[in-house]
Design a binder for this molecule. Structure first.
Ligand SMILES: NC(=O)c1ccc[n+]([C@@H]2O[C@H](COP(=O)([O-])OP(=O)(O)OC[C@H]3O[C@@H](n4cnc5c(N)ncnc54)[C@H](OP(=O)(O)O)[C@@H]3O)[C@@H](O)[C@H]2O)c1
Length: 322
């Protein structure tokens, strides 16, 4: 190595080129390097969003196996149920509201009359202690669960001292404790299967950006899911496909009507399509191309004081003015 450097220095010393020419060569080489990187990035992006197709998930995780989805009664969760039912998975629907769960169950039976379904009614807030999670597990222990989708989540806006304390703990219960406890309770069963299994933890693009004013608890809860998932993916990746799913705004009830009348609010169908397309291929994905472009752009934007000012106005202190 040292010899090689000496030779290079010797070459520079005795070369007839002026300093300007060498600077020109250097700039050209750096430019070419970044152009190649950009080209690779563009090709990978196009491949992912235009050419890539979903793996044969039923073959990968086992025919006749079950997918368990939390927050199955609405939004992304109901859409995971629809798309996985279409693929041939039996579905366990877990959520709070029985009437909504039954409506989704009826839909699934029409989408794929061959599959079986099971409803587990559960509210992840309040009394959701260790025994509560064990009870959920006991109700489905006889089923060959191959995919666990920890999707249930709630949004919470407002400055922390202006929010009712119960809403604070509810949000942490659903967004944080649920993800950790469902994973912990189901992991031994998923690890013991012969075919591979999968866990999808639904986080948010927000978990990567700088936390912003007015959404402190929600941002922090999603950052938890990101750290948790990255760490335990390393622990079990030999047997289980782990996906940290970090979408941007989707057109669901999470935002009330805001996201539905908004160009950034992508349909639940497209959002979930992106997640399942990348399952078994990447640990982290934001799914839809729109969210993949937004995600890196949001980070510097959310660091700006003007962004924080408006976020605080819209979400944080707006409660003071009511
Ligand atoms: N929509 C977005 O823009 C967006 C963006 C990034 C990430 N996400 C994440 O995506 C996930 C799904 O959100 P979504 O947009 O589909 O929301 P959604 O349409 O409001 O659906 C939320 C689901 O979670 C369930 N849930 C809420 N509280 C619960 C509780 N205490 N116990 C049990 N289940 C409960 C709801 O059940 P009930 O219907 O029975 O109440 C519902 O099925 C969340 O983790 C969210 O943070 C959403």
């Amino acid at each position: 190595m040292f010899e090689y450097l000496q030779q290079l220095l010797h070459y520079f010393k005795h070369s007839k080129c002026t300093l300007y020419v060498w600077i020109y060569y250097l700039a050209f080489a750096i430019g070419a390097y970044y152009l190649v990187l950009l080209g690779i990035f563009v090709l990978q992006f196009l491949n992912k969003h235009i050419i890539r197709r979903r793996l044969d998930l039923l073959k990968r995780y086992g025919s006749n196996s079950w997918a368990l989805v939390t927050g199955a009664s609405d939004g992304f969760g109901a859409e995971y149920c629809r798309q996985l039912a279409k693929d041939g998975f039996n579905i366990v629907l877990v959520s709070r509201t029985m009437s909504k769960l039954q409506a989704v169950e009826q839909e699934l039976k029409k989408i794929n009359p061959k599959i079986q379904t099971k409803i587990v009614q559960a509210d992840f807030t309040g009394n959701a202690n260790v025994q509560f999670y064990q009870n959920i597990f006991d109700q489905v222990n006889n089923l060959d669960i191959s995919i666990l989708v920890n999707n249930a989540g709630i949004m919470l806006n407002g400055r922390v001292d202006l929010i009712k304390p119960k809403a604070l703990t509810d949000t942490i219960d659903v967004n944080v404790v649920q993800v950790c406890m469902m994973t912990s309770v189901f992991l031994p069963k998923l690890l013991a299967r012969k075919p591979r299994s999968a866990i999808i933890n639904v986080s948010s693009m927000i978990g990567f950006t700088e936390a912003y004013a007015g959404d402190a608890v929600y941002c922090a809860s999603k950052a938890y899911v990101n750290f948790f998932t990255y760490a335990f993916a390393e622990e079990v990746k030999d047997r289980i496909d782990i996906q940290l799913f970090t979408p941007g705004m989707g057109a669901t009830n999470l935002w009330g009507n805001a996201s539905k009348s908004n160009l950034l609010g992508i349909s639940a169908n497209s959002v979930v399509y992106g997640s399942l397309r990348d399952l078994g291929r990447e640990v982290n994905t934001s799914g839809h191309w729109n969210h993949e472009v937004q995600s890196p752009a949001m980070k510097p934007l959310s660091q700006s004081s003007i962004f924080q000012y408006f976020a605080n106005k819209i979400y944080g202190i707006s409660m003071l003015e009511k």
